[in-house]
Ligand binder design. Structure first.
Ligand SMILES: Cc1cc2nc3c(=O)[nH]c(=O)nc-3n(C[C@H](O)[C@H](O)[C@H](O)COP(=O)(O)OP(=O)(O)OC[C@H]3O[C@@H](n4cnc5c(N)ncnc54)[C@H](O)[C@@H]3O)c2cc1C
Ligand code: SF4
Length: 638
């Protein structure tokens, strides 16, 4: 390993850069000599609106600009890296936490297309508010901002804020290291343990500890770890792109040591932004919920059931709703009976976070900015295994300190985002109150126009394409006329779904509007069927089993895991184009069961739910988990 002080040979590049422009000059050189096909770099916004982001480019000109100076703003390179073509060769600049993420994935043989990793020494990334304050201090309106470079124009650098009309305001990051900045750093940085260079080719930093450092004369201190880094530096030097001088490794270690001490004292230190500050000893845990919307969906229902069943152990500080979209009045009032419903956005989250020991979130939004300043654990929960869940997991990553999934199937979206073994699987459970029978089966069937001879296959849930209710209609229309289908529920696509179902089934389709009391309908059915192509852990399936209704289900989501745990007590069918045909055959098999065989099947299912999948079981799993992580985390963060 070698430590050098270096700078770009081009004086313009050196002056425009963060420290000495070594990083820019090396990246441009790597592109020019074809050592890599592209580079993954952070850059400040330069459009109609200021928005820093990670970009991938193969053009050295995109690198050699002040926009790629140190970006002190919470952004993540993960999506850009995950989207890279697998057969290319790329270099990336990474903060140590992101480098650790990448190195972990690469250890499993993936993302090996990132062949050169430059780590930036990092004390902390300030949150958005910090930038807002910086701009306010410069009297620059954020809404008029076009680009912002935090460093450049010499060393240690000037802040330059450019308005959309082209005017530039200059300032100075005079808050480095003071208490104000300490209060405005990202949650994840407060517990940061990323101090080393594992897996990086080289690490760059400011030469704060170097006796030869000179204000105004930019230099980058670089620690070269891999042979590749030594070669790249040698080659750039030979090409006249950089100027280097060796210095003692000890200087690099000294600077790293100082940084480690700051991080350690921060972990142990007295920063008190939001959230409860003492361990919840002798009092209940205080937990807040974050939901993208108060919709009538499975995840909102899950939050509600969890809250209802855990009030003996948890004081719920509130449910914060991120957006105004899809607000369901009934859902809002159900939450309201247990905890404050706080709407909308960041302020709502900050309000429920103020007294909370922990936050539990689900859904796709920028969790990092919502929970900024919160000192406790933030658990992001994965409910499914589709594209939405992947997007949600990626967006939540910068804000979440802990991750949980409702089933093993819901681990998939976490792949490559966090180590899967660190994701806690906490199975769902249902509220038996919803399943209480208040009207006899005979009366419900009569009210729906069903005769004793009819065989009714039902679905309870949202009428939306991703649940594939039309697949069930297509299955039923393959069966004799006495087979009828009942659809209980509504949803944003209700009218279109109902029309399509009616095209297949005509009067054999029965529609029931959304209801909270679903027990009567499950018991009026002969079979429950859920044919969605993807699932996490379906509550509808559990409710049907609890009500003693035999099930035909696509073998997705929790089912393989459940079969491993308790055996198979239902009919499963494949997803895809054969699904309706296979479902029709499975329904016919259930219709042909003897009363004894049928009784055994549904009793087995009921026993499975009774034993471990009721809401109070789920709540206990969550109480145990939250208690554990709050105690562990408080130990770090206070
Ligand atoms: C959030 C943050 C905290 C830092 N903390 C410290 C510190 O405590 N002590 C210290 O000595 N140095 C720290 N640095 C590093 C320092 O600011 C310089 O980036 C480093 O000295 C390299 O200077 P340079 O002139 O060679 O970089 P340049 O030639 O200006 O090139 C910078 C390169 O880094 C990339 N980059 C900019 N921001 C980010 C980002 N957020 N994530 C990933 N890549 C990015 C750019 O795309 C560009 O390619 C930090 C940098 C950042 C972004
Ligand atoms: S978590 Fe650590 S490495 Fe990552 S930005 Fe924060 S302080 Fe830097």
């Amino acid at each position: 390993m070698t430590t050098i002080l270096a700078h770009a040979a081009d004086p313009q590049v050196r002056r425009m850069a963060s420290s000495g422009g070594l990083t820019k000059a090396l990246l441009a050189h790597l592109l020019e000599i074809g050592h890599v096909d592209g580079v993954v770099i952070a850059r400040s916004g330069d459009g109609e609106r200021f928005r820093p982001e990670f970009v991938v480019t193969s053009d050295p000109k995109d690198v050699l600009t002040p926009l790629t100076n140190s970006v002190y703003y919470p952004i993540s390179p993960r999506q850009a890296i995950l989207d890279l073509p697998p057969d290319g060769r790329y270099a990336a600049t990474l903060l140590p936490c992101e480098a650790a993420w990448l190195v972990k994935i690469q250890s499993t043989g993936r993302l090996t297309n990132v062949v050169f990793k430059i780590g930036l020494m990092c004390n902390a990334t300030p949150n958005r508010q910090w930038t807002e304050r910086l701009l306010a201090g410069m009297k620059q309106r954020a809404s008029r901002l076009r680009s912002l470079t935090y460093r450049g124009e010499g060393w240690p650098g000037t802040v330059v804020a450019r308005s959309r009309d082209g005017t530039a305001r200059r300032g100075w990051v005079n808050t480095w290291g003071n208490n104000d900045t300490e209060k405005l750093i990202s949650t994840k940085c407060r517990a940061c343990r990323h101090d080393n260079m594992v897996g990086m080719d080289m690490m760059v930093c400011d030469p704060w500890v170097c006796p030869t450092r000179k204000i105004g004369n930019g230099r980058t201190m670089a620690h070269l770890v891999s042979d590749q880094a030594l070669e790249v530096v040698k080659s750039a030097k030979a090409a006249g792109k950089i100027v280097t001088e060796p210095i003692a490794d000890q200087l690099f270690r000294k600077q790293l040591g100082q940084l480690v001490r700051v991080k350690r004292s921060r972990r142990l230190g007295p920063i008190k932004p939001t959230g409860a500050t003492t361990k919840p000893v002798g009092r209940k845990l205080r937990v807040g919920l974050i939901t993208p919307a108060l919709y009538w969906g499975g995840a909102e229902r899950w939050m509600l059931d969890l809250a209802r069943q855990s009030t003996h152990a948890i004081d719920w500080t509130g449910v914060a709703c991120v957006t105004k979209q899809f607000r369901d009045g009934t859902m809002a009032s159900l939450f309201d009976s247990i905890m404050p419903v706080v709407e909308h956005g960041r302020e709502a989250v900050q309000q429920i976070a103020a007294e909370a020991d922990a936050l539990v979130a689900w859904g796709a939004y920028d969790l990092g900015s919502l929970v900024e300043g919160f000192r406790g654990p933030v658990v992001f929960v994965g409910h499914g295994s589709g594209t939405f869940d992947r997007t949600a997991t990626l967006q939540a990553a910068p804000g979440a300190t802990h991750h949980a999934a409702v089933a093993e199937a819901s681990l998939e979206p976490f792949l490559g985002v966090v180590p899967v073994k660190e994701v806690e699987v906490l199975h769902n459970g249902i509220d038996p109150q919803r399943c209480v029978q208040t009207v006899s089966r005979a009366d419900v069937r009569k009210s729906l126009g069903l005769t004793d001879n009819d065989f009714c296959v039902g679905y309870v849930g949202r009428l939306v394409p991703e649940k594939n209710p039309v697949g069930l209609a297509r299955a039923i229309c393959r069966l004799p006329k006495r087979f009828k289908a009942m659809f209980v529920g509504g949803g944003w696509d209700q009218n279109r779904q109902r029309d399509e179902i009616t095209e297949y089934l005509g009067e054999r389709a029965i529609f029931v509007d959304r209801t909270e009391q679903v027990g009567n309908y499950y018991r009026a059915m002969d079979v429950f069927s859920l044919l969605s192509p993807r699932e996490g852990f379906s509550m509808g399936m559990l409710e049907a089993m609890y009500c003693g209704t035999a099930c035909v289900l696509t073998r997705v989501g929790v089912l393989p895991e459940l079969e491993r745990l308790v055996g198979k007590h239902w009919e499963t069918v494949p997803t895809g184009k054969n699904c309706p045909r296979e479902a029709a055959a499975a329904i016919a098999r259930l219709a042909a069961l003897t009363p004894k065989a049928r009784h055994k099947m549904v009793s087995d299912c009921k026993a499975i739910v009774d034993e471990r999948f009721l809401a109070h079981h789920m709540a206990q799993r969550w109480i145990d988990y939250l208690t554990r992580i709050v105690h562990e985390y408080t130990g770090i963060a206070t």
